[in-house]
Design a protein around this ligand. Sequence first.
Ligand SMILES: *Cc1c(COP(=O)(O)O)cnc(C)c1O
Length: 422
Amino acid sequence: MTSLVSSADAPFRRNDQGELTCDGVRLADIARDHGTPTYVYSAAAVDVAFDSVDSAYAGAPHLVCFALKACSNLALAARLARRGAGVDIVSGGELFRALKAGFPSERIVFAGVGKTRQEIGEALDANILLFTVESIQEVEAISALARERGKTARVAFRVNPDVDPKTHPYVSTGLKKNKFGIGRETVLDAYRFALSLPNLDPTGIHCHIGSQLVHLDPVRDAVDRIADLVAELKGIGVPIRYIDIGGGIAIRYRDETPDGPTAIASHVIGRAREFGATILMEPGRFLVGNAGILLTEVVYTKENGSKKFVVVDAAMNDLIRPSLYDAYHEIVTVSPPSGEENLVDIVGPVCESGDFLAHDRSFPPVASGDLLAVLSAGAYGFVMSSNYNARPRAAEVVVAGGTARVTRQRESYEDLIRGEVV
Ligand SMILES: *Cc1c(COP(=O)(O)O)cnc(C)c1O
């Protein structure tokens, strides 16, 4: 198995001394200056990932909307906004963040099955590009709130194309049994209804079938299914101007060889051209996943019988993917690895057996004080962190142009009780 750090174009690479760096900045220096656990992101890697998606669709009118829920770090979001990205938000809080990061309102799309009336109102006030809508009741609410404001809301129904994305059940979203979207059989009725409501412009169609899709053929099938509907929609007086193909482009965590953004681009461009629509897409993980790591320090090592444990200062509250999805994250030493490897569990200090970062991992000998890097932690990492066990959340550092900058301070004990009364 080849390590992610061994590839020549990886943002996290060993220098000539064998020490792990982020774009040339030693991770040991970042740990010394800012402590651990700390998320470290390569700004350059985010740029490269964004450009690869953006250029795959360069031949057609399109907008790459970063799914902010994957990593809502303001500094990285602001960087993407400056680079021309749009943003896909899923809450009023993300709208607030997106505007703070500098995304122009005409590049914001709003998804989610349970947008509250307050959140819809805020998005209307901000004049966002598009609501992706998941139910009849929601479209009624958007119409009523738009009417109160004398505005017209652009909406796209999220169609559940009922294709199997062949990914983890927790991140599969496009099957009939999932809570998302509206069924294909009701699409025409839904648009007819939207047409009958005031202050609505049903101008788009949307699908998002799941996450970490190593193969994108299911997305191509889903796009075909919704594109086929577009002609029918035109027949009932709904000209579709936006086709939103969702997110889901996978990254390599271990030994996957995922389809890249170009895999289905020409097909999608061809379909969108049939009806002259602008292509929207919502990659999250792909833009940030391999641009970030979680830097952690070994606290203790121990053995229980035949089992060896490495106890580190990062835990499930910092990175929940292993506990929640049994997800694999490659973990490497920051110093050059040496010595004979043993099978170990790498675990955090939280009082749960489910608190682990790796099980039965072949790992070189390490000692208290050694630094480890948990790779591929840029997406669904910090954003899913919590204060469980009263643990302050980690710091976030962005490396850009050869310097490391703290873009979010480590939380303090005072932060832990902010807003509480005794
Ligand atoms: C989560 C989500 C995305 C992003 O998914 P990735 O797998 O991170 O690319 C895009 N669109 C919607 C509607 C989502 O819910």
